[in-house]
Design a binder for this molecule. Structure first.
Ligand SMILES: Cc1cc2nc3c(=O)[nH]c(=O)nc-3n(C[C@H](O)[C@H](O)[C@H](O)COP(=O)(O)OP(=O)(O)OC[C@H]3O[C@@H](n4cnc5c(N)ncnc54)[C@H](O)[C@@H]3O)c2cc1C
Length: 388
């Protein structure tokens, strides 16, 4: 074996692994006990939120300058992964706090950052992200939500659809067309909207297949006036900021997918060592062993890709778009495959709610859809490949 120290560089640091152990303990003790109930009742897991806030894992990416703990992109992924391992819905608390605030971190004025990031870091407020519309999902540039200049402020009219943590969040980054006659894609601006702003209401809770503990609702703007100093970045830069945000946060969805898959694999490993058929534990059948090996192999490949993408997010590498899309796309496909196989390994027990793998299989599906479907991720990857 070589003593070359460079080999040491290609692994997570001791700090990252200590963080993993700390998050795993909180997840196991304080979040896992509420996961099935949050799913069953489709109720936001307030106890899990409180546990995340108490341990500073609710918005770990926020920098120390704003009262946060300043976790790097890989550390943030590890937090999300470990929470998702027991409860995917709860992992959307740190994930969407990052999604909602990333436009501010990338492009907002110092005043906006100083006003809105500290309450999120303190756990007093959550931050959501409103880009998609009912008729403008993959084709974000065709959005209709409008912000009209009015004196020294803006008046918003329109809606945003399927917004994660809507209603439970105090603050929202909202993308709206500010120049209807302007060039497609360059006519959109980003705003911070507060839950208490007059003219801002929510649609009913969506009834979903999975991540049921994470509320998903429409944002509805009817003559909603926001002050001029709430614009994030310059007029017309909104979509650029929104897409740059996704380059970073798709990595966190990859981490969520890895966590869901790990939770399912861990549960299945325990089960096959206990369950007996034909006079032996089913773990002794080679057909089962090959399934387990494939699940673990795919999962580890996904994890490595997510961690490399996280390092690129932290450094702001030029090829982040490719890696963010690749990590999210690959890891979410792996999560779907691994959770489906976990259900298979439990047989009939896998299909009923007495065990967590059926929830994990339902939860995994969304990772192939949100923050851009996996078809869109392939478009993003191909665009970067062909540009070179
Ligand atoms: C639970 C949940 C939470 C969400 N949270 C948020 C949130 O917090 N904030 C937010 O802004 N949005 C959120 N979304 C919206 C999500 O990002 C969109 O649903 C997603 O981007 C897809 O858009 P769409 O649903 O309109 O699908 P469509 O764009 O209508 O796509 C339908 C199908 O066509 C395919 N397709 C579309 N265009 C192409 C193409 N050019 N080439 C090949 N295939 C294509 C898609 O891949 C898909 O398979 C959430 C959605 C859900 C379900």
């Amino acid at each position: 074996m070589s003593n070359n120290k460079d080999f040491d560089l290609f692994r997570t640091s001791d700090d990252h692994e200590e963080l993993r152990a700390a998050v795993r303990a909180v997840a196991q003790d304080k979040i896992a006990p509420h996961a099935a109930e949050a799913d069953e009742l489709a109720a936001f897991p307030k106890a899990s939120y409180d546990a995340l806030v108490a341990s500073d894992f609710h918005a770990p990416h926020i920098g120390e300058a704003y009262g946060g703990v300043g976790a790097d992109a890989l550390a943030t992924c590890i937090v999300i992964e470990e929470v998702a391992r027991v409860c995917a819905a709860s992992s959307l608390i740190p994930a969407v706090n990052k999604l909602g605030t990333m436009p501010l971190i990338l492009a907002a004025s110092d005043e906006i950052k100083a006003k809105y990031l500290p309450p999120v870091a303190r756990g007093e407020a959550m931050f959501a992200y409103g880009l998609s519309e009912r008729e403008a999902g993959s084709d974000t540039a065709s959005m209709k939500c409008r912000a009209r200049a009015d004196g020294d402020g803006w008046v918003l009219n329109g809606q945003k659809s399927w917004i994660t943590n809507a209603g439970v969040s105090s603050f929202y980054t909202v993308l709206a067309v500010t120049d209807p006659e302007g060039k497609r894609g360059s006519n959109v601006s980003a705003f911070v909207v507060e839950k208490s702003d007059p003219g801002f209401t929510f649609g009913d809770l969506e009834r979903k297949m999975g991540i049921k503990g994470s509320p998903t609702r429409e944002l509805i703007f009817e003559g909603c006036r926001v002050p001029g100093d709430r614009m994030v970045g310059a007029p017309g830069e909104g979509l650029k900021i929104a897409l740059a945000t996704l380059d970073h946060t798709r990595v966190t969805i990859g981490a969520q997918a890895v966590g869901i898959a790990q939770g399912a694999l861990d549960f299945a490993l325990g089960y096959v060592k206990e369950r007996s058929q034909f006079g032996k534990h089913i773990a002794q059948f080679q057909g089962i062993q090959f399934m387990l090996a494939d699940m673990a192999m795919k999962l580890e490949a996904a994890r490595q890709l997510v961690y490399v993408a996280a390092a690129k997010s932290e450094r702001g590498d030029k090829d982040l778009s490719f890696f963010g899309a690749a990590a999210k796309c690959f890891a979410s496909d792996v999560a779907m495959a691994v959770t489906t196989d976990a259900v298979q390994l439990l047989g009939g027990a896998g299909y009923v709610k007495d065990y967590p793998v059926e929830r994990m299989m339902r939860d995994a599906k969304i990772t192939q859809i949100y923050e851009g479907t996996n078809q869109i991720q392939r478009i993003v990857m191909a665009r970067q490949l062909l540009k070179a």
